[in-house]
Design a binder for this molecule. Structure first.
Ligand code: NG6
Ligand code: CA
Length: 531
């Protein structure tokens, strides 16, 4: 009898628990829509930093450099320890974020030159398009690096440039076309070069020198920051770039002011749109090369320009958080802070990053960095704060406290599917879809649907549960110019990340069954199937 009573009690309890969630049931979609119905549609500020490593912020353990504003997002929200960028370089990572499709499925999605055509088809569903379709105002400010214009004619910087980010669903754009180390070194606002003068046309070439401006190769004495490798073409603002350009003198950005331009544009976007839901994508230049922070930050980290750029990045985040506070938007705005790929110390300029690094560990406890198949290549900071959505009522089955740490595996390729759920669901099935719905994890009600992640650095590796598999492959094991351990080896590698987060002890031969399973998963994934 006692057993039976206990059983009935358990059933009754389970019944209550289901009842709490009402008819959409305990699905992520049901829960998130209920929350949105309660608190109203949240704004989203998605801060995608450049080359910031897992260990580059104090929230993730950095001690030599302090990032109080970035850490505030973690302290008031959730800090993920197993979040992945979809690739170990910028363009493929951002492609996957915007489309929900891994870049390895599409040719031509490697790191792009500054005059490349846009690699995303305007006809497909994208992250900004999903928000725009839902009635949001959408903006993109900062680094783009997904190409501009179409492939049928060469990019003309002296005319209105289309299609560009605006054709993918962004209402307002204010962009660094590619990277700051690539020409042209100008801002593009809604498809037009800011400060362009018809009398001084801009010409850009990535194959041969164009115009008569000095180059880093011929006139190194003109450089204020010398290159260590590459970056020896046209000199702009005392810095050698990738590619050649001439013209547009009034339009050229001043590297030292880029962070302040991002602050100006983001804070005015936020205050202009405070009365309607918005999605704002912020691509910081920091902490990519060239690292030339404003003089307010020079010398402040004791780690040279790379550390100073981290402080400048923290100030940009601080300004964004302050703008949300000031406009009364903090409670129902989802703020994400993450990075497009892992860290690199020397990425082509002599900026003292190597000599002043000391005991700072850009990738934290992880091995490798940008360009690498090891965890440091793609495991990135991911902090998310949504006070109204992460504050759970007492009925919630799993409660999240502010400052919570989440170990759930998530990927930036999941953002389209996850925000789709937030907006009511149902649209992401339209496209080839690698993303999974991790909205529960983002709300602190995890786990999300993901227990694996593809790691893409030229070729593919796989994280699954606690395991990391890097298939045997040729290629350099070490890139001497950047000091990167690539993860390439002539034999299969398997690591148990629970006990060996730094991927030092290859346990492939002791775990043949795990290897077979993970090879099978990769085969499925390559074929476009969920494993
Ligand atoms: C490399 C550049 C590097 C950086 C990278 C792209 C050289 C020698 N190196 O080719 O400096 O620009 O491309 O970085 O040119 S990313 O973060 O945009 O992917
Ligand atoms: Ca990058």
């Amino acid at each position: 009898m006692r057993h039976l009573a206990g059983l009935i009690g358990a059933v009754a309890f389970a019944g209550t628990a289901i009842g709490i969630w009402g008819m959409p049931g305990a699905t992520a979609a049901g829960r998130i829509q209920r929350r949105v119905a309660e608190v109203g549609r949240p704004n989203v500020v998605f801060i995608l930093t450049d080359d910031v490593g897992y260990g580059d912020i104090s929230a993730n353990g950095a001690t030599r450099v302090k990032t109080p504003n970035i850490d505030r997002i973690a302290n008031e929200g959730i800090r993920f320890t197993n979040a992945y960028a979809p690739a170990a370089t910028c363009t493929p990572s951002r492609y996957a974020l915007m489309t929900g499709e891994y870049a390895f499925r599409k040719q031509g999605t490697g790191v792009l030159p500054g005059d490349a055509a846009m690699i995303i088809d305007p006809a497909r569903l994208t992250l900004p398009r999903r928000f725009k379709d839902a009635g949001y105002t959408t903006g993109a400010i900062g680094k783009w690096h997904l190409g501009l214009g179409n492939a049928t004619s060469p990019l003309d910087w002296n005319k209105h440039i289309a299609p560009g980010a605006n054709a993918l669903g962004f209402d307002e754009t204010y962009l660094i076309p590619a990277t700051v180390d690539r020409v042209p070194t100008v801002w593009v606002k809604n498809g037009d070069v800011v400060g362009h003068e018809p009398a001084d046309p801009i010409q850009v070439d990535y194959k041969q020198r164009i115009g008569d401006w000095p180059t880093g190769r011929k006139n190194p004495e003109l450089l204020k920051q010398k290159h260590s490798h590459g970056h020896d073409m046209t000199i702009v603002n005392g810095i050698g770039r990738i590619g050649w350009m001439t013209g547009g003198k009034k339009a050229l950005w001043v590297d030292e002011d880029i962070a302040d331009t991002i602050i100006r544009e983001t804070t005015s976007f936020i205050s202009n749109n405070k009365r309607k839901p918005f999605f704002l994508y912020v691509g910081t230049h920091d902490i990519h090369v060239p690292r030339v922070p404003h003089k307010r930050f020079v010398g402040k980290s004791g780690m040279g320009p790379r550390g100073d750029a981290i402080l400048q990045l923290d100030a940009q985040v601080g300004a964004i958080l302050k703008a949300l506070d000031k406009n009364g938007l903090a409670d129902n705005t989802i703020v994400v802070f993450t990075s497009d790929n892992g860290p690199v110390v020397d990425d082509g300029y002599q900026d003292q990053a190597v000599t002043l690094l000391g005991d700072h560990k850009p990738a934290g406890p992880l091995r490798g960095g940008k360009y690498s198949l090891f965890e440091g290549g793609t495991r990135v900071p991911f902090l998310v704060r949504w006070p109204a959505g992460q504050r759970h009522s007492t009925e919630d089955v799993r409660k999240a406290a502010p400052g919570r740490i989440a170990n759930d595996i998530i990927s930036l390729v999941d953002m389209l599917a996850s925000f789709d759920q937030l907006l009511g669901g149902g649209q992401t099935g339209q496209v080839s879809q690698d993303g999974l719905d991790v909205s529960d994890a983002i709300r602190g009600l995890g786990p999300g649907k993901r227990n694996y992640s593809v790691e893409h650095a030229g070729r593919l590796a796989l994280r699954w549960e606690k395991w990391k598999f890097i298939p045997a492959g040729k290629g350099q094991a070490y890139l001497p110019l950047t000091g990167t351990e690539t993860g390439n080896l002539d034999a299969d590698q398997l690591y148990d990340l629970d006990v060996d987060p730094h991927e030092d002890r290859n346990v492939a031969s002791a775990n043949p069954d795990v290897l077979v399973k993970m090879k099978g998963m990769l085969t499925q994934l390559r074929a476009g199937k969920q494993p």
